[in-house]
Design a protein around this ligand. Structure first.
Ligand code: IFM
Length: 776
């Protein structure tokens, strides 16, 4: 029976030939570890995402179907808006010769569940002996179409191996889903059309978004289509059909297809339930849908991001895994939506967007698919009203972006209470929504980074300048005069283990950067586009602000390196107690520290949750010398628990910059295993979007050495010893460059019609249009 723990649960080497380094395979069924695979093998197309729960149900499962941007708030002050768990369309219960198919019963003689990243298809291949001794080969396949964003397709083949048997199916749409108990939907109309298409309508309770779900089935015996007798069944929020038993002879195969669709009134092209039904009626069968789906993945994803690592199979798989999820989690179809910190792969963080998007994920799109990057930044521009509301509520001016975002108009949606405090027994207050304020500068930084990479003036004129000005207006109102200088007190920096600190270095430097950029662009627009400046000035009171920016930015306190070159993370960090972190660093459990201490106690120790000063040294890298970077690494890394999945990628990139290839690689190894590794409890609440974006940054910005400094492109690769080659595309000011790096040479193909100037390994070069430059 394949339930043993004596070999790794995930296998990365099953793919051969064309599929080498494209397959991740779960090799045993473990009813205790369903959550990991549900999340890590989740399917998505940016419009929706599905946790990969199985067709048949298990007690520890968490089923999840999330549709981008359909936020709803449950009643009461304790709740914040969240992405509702929509009706489940995957469920199918099989009765084989009177026995219910359940892997916890009988014996599993063969089991493999595989996520094929290239095809974006999930399959499950099982040889099962039932409790009565009948053996079956059962193969399940499914995908969420990238060609038709509304469609989910499933196929099941059942082959009895010992005797002729009967196969009965109960399948439908189950709207009894909740977000861990919270029901977000009012019941709507249930209906069966033409004895074929099941429909479930639902409406979110507060945001009043209409959902309509459809499912239909098709059956074949040895490729001969047939229609079994069936009975429709409706219950509260549930519509199911029972397909009566059909005899399948030994070694014959019965094929069942279930095609489902979901449409909502949030869709830009939403018209009515009737129109949705009409659209769904035209959807093809599994194979035709799959051909179009594969074509879409090939043309929109794998051709667009042909990133290759040679010499390390797992690493190649890991970067493909990253691109796979970056595609699935990103609502590229609609600029009113953003990326959830867990994508669509779980309820974790409620579908909200954090700084994870701008600092960790966006660089992938800015560099590899600027159209999508622009849309994600447009989301922030569209959500300026919410940011203004948050500023007003806090007695500030300008745009104070929420720590967690959902609807454009919502403003702050961070929940106020979190995990249990082990000392007081009370819930811990989450301060981030109140005082983790660096996100406002992070968004401005991402705008600037996008502009530098793309040269997209149209974006700047329509959205970018306004975002940089509105955020700078916030900062000037936020700064506090203390003696001769300005300070920012009472914040949480990226290190969320320090609350209510004064002058968090990252926050102060980023605010300063934001103010300086606003001054720069104000002056630039005075010269180049006074009309635009006048209209933005009227809206944001820029004439007064410009004076304030100049005065305050010049006097904003920026913590300087001390005698040991260490930049104080905040005013008091360096004077706090130091404890031995070795046991916590060695623990496989994230947050193991909190089994011994509560957050108040951790606040008083030199313990850092995640890259804080380190991310400052990365983002504003040319403001700090290599000596300062090294000294801060040596000081802070031993005090950093990497308890946030965002941490290791940044550390790896810095280690690359500091010339420590081994350390950079070991940090990368750990980062790339956060979701994809063997820890079967790492991802239950969902994958880690920022970590996944961070993995791409480690490969391209760290090992590939791609940087944009002061608006110029730099390339300084340092491949890990075991990699023989790395290839990736980047866009620079509209030109697509294909970069191929080996241990001894770098080749850059400029596929555009314009010359590109960049600095390669410290030397400025110009690569003529449509030519390839090679070193050595
Ligand atoms: O944004 C992060 C934060 O930096 C650390 N905690 C998790 C958040 C969401 O990923």
């Amino acid at each position: 029976m394949l339930l043993k723990n004596d070999y790794p649960a995930l296998n990365y080497d099953k793919g051969t030939g064309e599929e080498k380094n494209w397959l991740v395979t779960e090799t045993r069924f473990d009813p205790e570890a369903l959550g990991k695979v549900e999340a890590v093998f989740s399917l998505g197309n940016g419009y929706m995402g599905l946790r990969s729960a199985t067709e048949e149900r298990y007690s520890n499962e968490v089923r999840g179907n999330f549709i981008a941007g359909t936020f709803n708030k449950f009643l009461g002050d304790k709740e914040v808006t969240e992405l509702p768990n929509a009706a489940d369309m995957l469920e199918m219960t099989f009765t084989l010769n009177g026995e219910t198919f359940q892997l916890t019963q009988g014996e599993i003689l063969f089991y493999e569940r595989t996520l094929n990243l290239k095809k974006a298809e999930l399959s499950r291949d099982i040889h099962w002996r039932s409790p009565a001794g009948e053996e079956y080969k059962i193969v399940f396949s499914r995908f969420v179409s990238l060609d038709n964003l509304h469609v989910i397709a499933q196929k099941v083949t059942i082959t009895p191996l010992t005797n002729d048997v009967t196969v009965k199916l109960n399948s439908g749409i189950n709207g009894q889903m909740t977000n861990t108990g919270t029901q977000h939907f009012q019941e709507g109309v249930l209906r069966l059309y033409d004895q074929k298409i099941m429909k479930l309508e639902a409406r979110t309770t507060e945001s009043a978004i209409d959902f309509v779900h459809f499912s239909r089935h098709a059956f074949a015996l040895e490729n001969e289509e047939f229609t079994p007798k069936n009975t429709i069944f409706m219950d509260r929020r549930k519509i199911f059909t029972t397909f009566e038993p059909e005899t399948v002879a030994k070694n014959q195969t019965m094929t069942i297809e279930k095609i489902s669709g979901v449409y909502t009134s949030r869709d830009k092209d939403w018209n009515s339930v009737e129109t949705a039904l009409e659209l769904f009626s035209k959807v093809g069968n599994y194979d035709t849908l799959f051909t179009a789906h594969q074509h879409a993945w090939q043309s929109k994803v794998w051709k667009q991001y042909p990133i290759q690592i040679e010499g390390a199979n797992f690493d190649q798989l890991a970067i493909r895994f990253a691109v796979y999820h970056l595609t699935g989690m990103t609502p590229a179809h609609d600029n009113r939506m953003n990326i959830g910190a867990k994508g669509f792969s779980g309820e974790g963080y409620k579908g909200h967007a954090f700084w994870d998007t701008e600092i960790f994920v966006l660089p992938f799109f800015t560099t590899s698919n600027p159209t999508i990057a622009r849309q994600l930044l447009e989301y922030r521009w569209l959500s300026l009203p919410g940011a203004v509301r948050k500023a007003v509520e806090n007695n500030y001016e300008g745009a104070m972006f929420p720590w967690e975002s959902a609807w454009l108009e919502d403003g702050e949606v961070t929940p106020v209470w979190g995990a249990a405090d082990i000392i007081t027994g009370e819930p811990t207050k989450i301060w981030s929504g109140f005082i983790e304020q660096h996100i406002t500068a992070d968004i401005a930084f991402a705008v600037w980074q996008y502009y530098q990479f793309t040269g997209d003036k149209d974006f700047m004129e329509k959205h970018g300048y306004e975002l940089i000005f509105a955020t700078a207006v916030f900062w000037q109102s936020r700064l506090e005069k203390k003696g001769d200088q300005y300070e920012i007190t009472g914040v949480v920096g990226p290190d969320e283990y320090k609350e209510h600190v004064d002058n968090n270095a990252f926050t102060n430097y980023m605010a300063h950067w934001n103010l300086e950029k606003a001054i720069h662009y104000y002056e630039l627009l005075q010269q180049e586009n006074p009309a635009l400046l006048a209209s933005l000035s009227a809206k944001w009171d820029l004439t007064r602000n410009y004076t304030e920016w100049q005065e305050k930015s010049a006097k904003l306190y920026l913590p300087q390196p001390n005698a040991e070159l260490v930049i104080p993370q905040d005013d008091t960090y360096l004077s706090k107690k130091i404890i031995d972190l070795a046991p916590y660093k060695a623990s496989a459990q994230v947050g193991a520290l909190f089994l011994d201490y509560n957050l108040d106690q951790v606040n008083d120790m030199q313990i850092t949750k995640q890259a804080d000063v380190m991310i400052l040294l990365y983002l504003l890298e040319n403001e700090f010398s290599p000596e300062v970077k090294q000294a801060n690494w040596d000081y802070y890394e031993p005090k950093t628990l990497h308890d946030s999945s965002l941490s290791r990628a940044t550390h790896s990139i810095l280690a690359s910059d500091l010339g420590d290839k081994e350390l950079a690689y070991s940090m990368f190894e750990k980062a790339s295993r956060i979701d994809l590794g063997q820890n079967m409890k790492s991802s239950d609440a969902g994958i880690h979007s920022a970590s996944i974006g961070g993995i791409w940054q480690v490969v391209v910005n760290g090992f590939g050495g791609v940087r944009m400094l002061d608006g110029k492109l730099f390339l300084h690769p340092h491949l890990p010893e075991k990699w023989t080659a790395l290839s990736f595309p980047i866009y620079w000011k509209g030109s697509r460059l294909l970069i191929h790096v080996t241990q001894t040479a770098t080749e850059i193909s400029n596929t555009s019609n314009q010359d590109v100037v960049l600095t390669l390994n410290g030397k400025e070069i110009s690569i003529l249009a449509n030519t390839t430059f090679t070193t050595n």
